[in-house]
Design a protein around this ligand. Structure first.
Ligand code: DCT
Ligand code: MG
Length: 500
């Protein structure tokens, strides 16, 4: 256990000149107090990085005290770092972020503290921390995903994969509640820092209904669930899964094709009575590429392509990577971006101009544009709709291999120099950016529970456009996601902890 009852033990300063003299740099980020661990970094590099950070408006503490919010270390060796931190660190250590130097360098590059993503967090620090600072009472797991921290590390995949199959099977109007129940159960299991090994260990967990428990029981005993295996080998399930994997084909169309007796793509494509819309035609045309996962390196490459186009149009363009990649996922089915500009009212034309530019460059293979229907006077929208009202486009883009640092995520033996990738761009006005960012960062279950929490616990309406307090009959403004969490009285959850 950590032994610092006598108050924070302070590390001796090795270089008195580091702290000497008043600091002239303007402090830009009052909430962030950095401490750079000298170990492995060395004192001259530490001094250099300290000066760099201060020149960019960061507070860098010379002394490791309770004031520190972010500990940055050069070494990725969690166990030895942890031992050092425990011996040198103050009482507040469990509340500090322990980050890899890559977070620091990314922040210096951006000139602001960047969002902490999975790759920035020093691996295995969290389990060490939990072991050394066990919760005093058994911490209750909230029924709301927005009050849980869920990283991409899923310790209960055998159960959550099974629930997902069942949820897909029940994804029709009549069985919507059942489907949601299973998705909620999966979401709770994903948040656990431990693997479930017995049903008894789950008795304090919320959202695990009878059905979910019965499936878990089977998996614990037999290694698989008979109900799930039956669905997986069901012809209808397999066909629906195949058809809905085509861009532009939803469950309704898939069901229509299934009921006509079609079981394969060639059945559909040779049926002359079927008229495919533009989106579906392109979905089939690029099927091989867009049904293959997009890697993080490919997402980054696309970001730089779109960013160049945006900045050629206006230096004020703000492009943010969102969706699963913002949550630290290594792969995604598409790449989601939010695009805006501080020039109020210009965001929609910016999006249109980018589309024109990408077309001219010959890298837009398909574009479905939806113009904005956003109308402040009609807010708040009482009944939640799946799609928000901002201008947006659903694209298929051509990504050249030469733009991707690690090369394309292609099937082995494929020598093509490019691949097609699905990209979504959404363009909210700047003063609604935080709401759009929170919504488009997902995950879907996280968003769903944020809205439910707002409605049930706070009598507020939250969506991708705004937050509305029904009791006070007023809108709550926000410029950052943190503002929205604060309005809701929720602890802030980092994007990489929203993989509910
Ligand atoms: N979203 C939204 N409104 C929509 C569609 C999606 O607010 N009409 C949110 C929910 C998640 C996020 O945007 C991104 O959507 P997806 O790309 O479908 O999900 P993802 O988490 O990025 O998953 P993937 O990695 O598979 O792309
Ligand atoms: Mg996505």
């Amino acid at each position: 256990m950590f032994h610092s009852a006598a108050g924070p033990r302070v590390r001796k300063r090795s270089r008195p000149e580091e702290a000497a003299g008043p600091r002239h740099e303007e402090v830009k980020f009052k909430d962030v107090r950095l401490y750079l661990v000298e170990r492995k970094m060395g004192c001259s590099r530490r001094r250099f990085l300290t000066q760099l950070a201060r020149s960019k408006g960061f507070i860098v503490e010379d002394v490791f005290s309770d004031e520190v919010t972010h500990v940055v270390s050069e070494s990725n060796q969690a166990s030895s770092l942890w031992t050092w931190l425990k011996e040198s660190g103050p009482k507040n250590l469990p509340n500090m972020h322990v980050l890899d130097i890559s977070w620091f360098t990314d922040s210096m590059r951006e000139g602001r503290p960047v969002a902490m993503e999975t790759q920035h967090v020093i691996r295995n620090i969290l389990p060490a921390l939990r072991e050394d600072f066990p919760p005093t009472a058994e911490a209750a797991v909230s029924q709301y995903a927005c009050q849980r921290r869920t990283t991409t590390e899923n310790n209960n995949k055998i159960f959550t994969d099974a629930f997902e199959v069942l949820a897909e099977r029940y994804q029709s109007n009549e069985m919507e509640r059942r489907c949601l129940g299973l998705r909620r159960a999966a979401s709770v299991l994903k948040s656990l820092p431990w693997a479930v090994r017995s049903l008894e260990s789950t008795h304090n967990l919320p959202c695990l209904g009878e059905h979910a428990k019965a499936v878990m029981d089977e998996i614990l005993e037999h290694g698989l669930s008979f109900e799930v295996e039956k669905i997986l080998s069901d012809e209808r399930y397999q066909t629906m899964k195949l058809f809905t994997s085509v861009f532009g084909v939803g469950p309704k169309t898939a069901d229509k094709w299934y009921r006509r007796g079609h079981r394969s793509f060639s059945d559909v494509l040779t049926d002359r009575s079927i008229h495919l819309n533009q989106m579906q035609q392109n979905g089939f045309l690029h099927y091989g590429d867009i049904s293959r996962a997009v890697s993080k390196a490919e997402a980054r490459a696309l970001m730089s392509v779109i960013d160049e186009a945006a900045h050629a149009i206006t230096p004020n363009a703000i492009l943010t990577l969102t969706g699963g990649f913002r949550r630290g996922k290594e792969f995604g089915h598409d790449v989601d971006f939010i695009l805006t500009t501080p020039e109020q009212g210009k965001e929609e034309s910016l999006l249109q101009n980018i589309i024109k530019r990408l077309k001219k460059q010959g890298i837009l293979l398909y574009c479905e544009y939806q113009s904005s229907t956003f109308d402040m006077s009609k807010l708040p929208i009482q009944k939640f709709k799946a799609m928000d009202q901002f201008a947006k486009c659903f694209l298929i883009m051509r990504l050249e291999s030469s733009r991707v640092e690690e090369g394309l995520h292609n099937v082995e033996g494929d020598s093509k120099s490019w691949r097609a990738v699905r990209v979504d761009l959404v363009s909210p006005p700047m003063d609604h950016y935080a709401f759009a960012l929170l919504g488009w960062s997902g995950s879907t279950m996280f968003d769903r529970d944020l809205r439910r929490f707002a409605r049930v616990e706070r009598r507020m309406i939250l969506d991708n456009h705004c937050l509305y307090n029904k009791t006070k009959k007023e809108f709550l403004a926000a410029t950052t996601e943190k503002d929205i969490f604060a309005h809701l009285g929720l602890e802030y959850i980092e994007p990489w902890q929203r993989n509910a």
